[in-house]
Design a protein around this ligand. Structure first.
Ligand code: ZN
Length: 349
């Protein structure tokens, strides 16, 4: 039994389907839309499947004809999907290349270049000033013998001055240097006068840290040994260093003091940066701020360094570069210089 009407109707619907599907597919604008079209036109619930249901009512010959027509439509739809898919993929790739194109004419991403810590800048600047004045740089060890740190500097083992410095001992006769002064002995043992040397570096003391005290801090030791070195040379040298660093308006004052390794000894003060010497809150009303200690090298220390005190004299000083940094940067708490807080440090860039 055949149904010519049903057959003709099925063929017509197939042709409509082919035309409609191809139009839809070629008008599809995205990979996602194309996938929807594929399901709609070739899936199990597609019109193609619906049209083929008529197969059961057809003669074997018509079935063959309709089957061939359906395969042709299906093939045409698949080909349309394939070629539109290729077009869309190509276009999407092109869009992406356009979007992500590297424009080499644009300015580059800025690269953050670091800068020196303010304490290191002070160290380097002071070292440069001394070098310009003819001083060589000597670097002594931070782990030092008690012999060099105290004994050869005229601190006998039971000398009361040794109680003034709470010290980090490594062993009974080895410690973290409490001062750069042992450098004086090391220099005298290696060099002959005339000597003009500085020893910059870190020193260590067992301090309860506060706004003006650190347990590790910078020091620069200075030593000059020659014939006829006087206290006037010492004062002139330190005044020159201070004025080169802070400016010519700064004054330097010596206050009598006691150190075992210098005689006479003095503490060095600099006129207050805030009041210029009149006295204000920054300097506690004194008009002066302490910068370090100095004096004429004790004859015993010269002897310990193998230098004849009858022929030569010398001066020595120890200054605190952290104080220089604080004074110049108007820093009121020295701990800020060691805590690595970038919000603080960036102010000095
Ligand atoms: Zn002042």
């Amino acid at each position: 039994m055949t149904d010519d009407g049903a057959m003709a109707d099925a063929l017509a619907r197939l042709e409509d389907l082919r035309a409609g599907a191809i139009a839809t597919i070629s008008g599809t604008d995205s990979s996602a839309g194309l996938e929807e079209a594929r399901i709609r036109f070739t899936g199990k619930k597609s019109d193609l499947t619906a049209i083929m249901r008529v197969m059961g009512t057809l003669s074997p010959e018509d079935r063959k004809t309709l089957g061939a027509a359906a395969n042709s439509v299906k093939g045409a739809i698949e080909q349309a999907l394939e070629s539109r898919g290729a077009e869309l993929r190509a276009r999407e790739l092109e869009d992406r290349l356009e979007r992500e194109r590297l424009d080499v004419t644009l300015p580059g991403t800025p690269y953050a270049i670091g800068y020196r810590h303010p304490a290191m800048r002070t160290m380097r600047e002071l070292i440069r000033i001394f070098e310009q004045m003819g001083y060589s740089v000597y670097e002594g060890p931070e782990v030092e013998w008690d012999l060099y740190n105290f004994q050869l500097l005229n601190f006998p083992p039971d000398h009361p001055s040794r109680d003034l410095q709470d010290t980090f001992y490594v062993t009974d006769d080895m410690l973290l240097r409490t001062q750069t002064s042992p450098g004086q002995l090391r220099i005298m043992k290696e060099q002959r006068p005339p000597i003009r040397s500085i020893v910059p570096g870190m020193v260590y003391r067992d301090e309860a840290e506060d706004a003006t005290h650190l347990s590790e801090f910078f020091q620069i030791e200075g030593l000059a040994v020659d014939t006829n070195i006087t206290l006037g040379d010492l004062k002139g040298t330190l005044t020159e260093v201070v004025q080169r660093f802070f400016g010519r308006e700064r004054g330097v004052r010596f206050r009598p003091h006691y150190f075992p390794f210098t005689e006479p000894s003095a503490e060095i003060d600099i006129s207050c940066f805030a009041c210029g010497g009149a006295g204000c809150r920054s300097c506690g009303g004194e008009g002066w701020l302490e910068l370090g200690g100095a004096g004429m090298v004790h004859p015993v220390v010269l002897q310990n360094g193998g230098i004849d005190p009858d022929e030569y004299s010398g001066f020595a000083f120890g200054i605190g570069p952290d104080r220089f940094t604080m004074m110049r940067g108007h820093i009121t708490d020295v701990r800020l210089l060691r805590h690595g807080d970038l919000r603080f440090l960036r102010q000095f860039n």
